[in-house]
Design a protein around this ligand. Structure first.
Ligand code: PMP
Length: 426
């Protein structure tokens, strides 16, 4: 007999398992709102025009070969990714205080960051929001961190439990790591305001809590890459340490290419050059000082390499080359922002259409959270029983927490979903 015969069957992944169930359903009206992947009005996956063009350029370039990338990935890609999230004029980047490595999309970048922290950071507890993306606790636990939660979502208001968040982070041990969704919080679609972010930043810095940003949706929340990166940039601008895991799955539609990055910004000099000259006495010493801070980033990078090498040796070349081609060319970059905004706008319009459809049906309850929430998902407030009912009777698939992907909806399918929600709550 097989040596593995005694294995128990593992359950499907709670998110990806939704698609498995959807694929098995023969109904012509079935609708998959489970996985967070963008679909067109016609319900089709979308490859951005600018991505197709970048790929064409890469294919036509006869000088390109298939050699291994370095352990840290494509150098151009790393530099441009750090700029994209931290801002082109970020003092941390200018002072060489940032170490960036290419990662296997957002998940792989989170994992590498977590493994690095587990080896080299003095506080091994990470606080994650309640609720959060289902993979977070597993990624961090398996990397060797101990996972605790902070209050985030208030079911009563279907908004942010800001007081609870401040209390929980305020009670966290000094130095603890805090996982923050940079924008478009998954699964709730609820983000702090900029004023609230500023309060979170002050609290975290005063307690020496370490921010670890998960940026899986830059550009998808508001349609603007800069606006969506604002919370991260507030933390980087104060000169303190900050980690950021980026994914190009959603905002460039590169899901299966597995392209992302991890940046670690080290706390370095925060004063202007003039102030430092005053302290140091001469500009020669200033140069030494800048050098010393760059030295930390280089040590961080060297340790990240030790994490990566035994895991997957080095990252794949294709997706990172697409991203670098687009980010490096101002015309292609602009085209990208237009296509990205169109995706974000379509999602926002789906929110409006679903809200209007429920209003038209007189569906009981307050559904304004559908238009207030932001990003790919609406946290409907439907319970597990209601979700099961909608799947059984209406062939609509979503995670059991009532999260629906707005990106999987279209004008054609909104009425079907509204009918199902109406039936589930009445
Ligand atoms: N973080 C969050 C919050 C996400 O929603 C996702 C994607 N669903 C990821 C990280 C990682 O996705 P990927 O590894 O495909 O980039």
């Amino acid at each position: 007999g097989s040596v593995f015969a005694s294995l128990v069957q593992a359950p499907e992944d709670p998110i990806l398992g939704v698609t498995v169930a959807y694929n098995k359903d023969p109904s012509p009206n079935k609708l998959n709102l489970g996985v967070g992947a963008y679909r067109t009005e016609e319900g089709k996956p979308l490859v951005l025009d600018v991505v197709r063009r970048a790929e064409q350029l890469l294919v036509n370039d006869q000088s390109r070969v298939k050699e291994y990338l370095p352990i840290v990935g494509l150098a151009d890609f790393n530099k441009l990714s750090a700029k994209l999230i931290f801002g082109a004029d970020s003092p941390a980047i200018q002072a060489n205080r940032v170490a960036t490595v290419q990662g296997l999309s957002g998940t792989g970048s989170l994992r590498v960051g977590a493994e690095f922290l587990a080896r080299h950071y003095h506080q091994l507890t990470i606080y994650i929001p309640q609720p959060t993306w289902g993979n977070h606790p597993k990624v961090f636990t398996l990397a060797g961190l101990s996972v605790k939660t902070y209050r985030y979502y208030d079911p009563a208001t279907r908004g942010l439990n800001f007081q609870g968040l401040l209390e929980d982070l305020g009670a966290a041990p000094s130095g603890a790591i805090v996982l923050l969704h940079a924008c478009a919080h998954n699964p709730t679609g609820v983000d702090p305001t900029l004023e609230q972010w500023e309060q979170i930043r002050q609290l975290m810095r005063s307690k020496g809590l370490l921010p670890f940003f998960d940026s899986a949706y830059q550009g998808f929340a508001s349609g603007s890459l800069d606006a969506d990166a604002q919370p991260v940039r507030m933390f980087v601008a104060d000169g303190g340490e900050c980690l950021a895991a980026q994914s190009y799955a959603k905002n460039m539609g590169l899901y299966g290419e597995r392209v992302g990055a991890l940046s670690i910004s080290d706390a370095g000099i925060t004063a202007s050059k003039e102030v430092i000259i005053n302290i140091a006495g001469s500009s020669k010493e200033v140069d030494d000082f800048v050098c010393k801070t760059a030295d930390v980033a280089s040590k961080v990078e060297s340790q990240l390499k030790l994490v990566i090498r035994p895991m997957y040796s080095n990252p794949p070349i294709h997706g990172a080359s697409i991203v670098a081609t687009i980010l490096k060319d101002s015309k292609m970059y602009d085209e990208w922002t237009v296509e990205l905004k169109a995706m974000a706008d379509r999602i926002i319009s789906m929110r409006k259409q679903l809200f209007d459809a429920l209003s038209a049906r007189g569906t009981p309850g307050d559904w304004s959270h559908i238009i207030k929430q932001i990003g790919m998902f609406t946290f409907t407030g439907l319970n597990g029983e209601q979700v099961a009912f909608m799947t059984k009777e209406y062939h609509i698939y979503m995670t059991s927490d009532g999260r629906i992907s707005m990106a999987g909806l279209s004008s054609k399918t909104v009425p079907h979903l509204a009918d199902a929600i109406h039936a589930a709550v009445t």
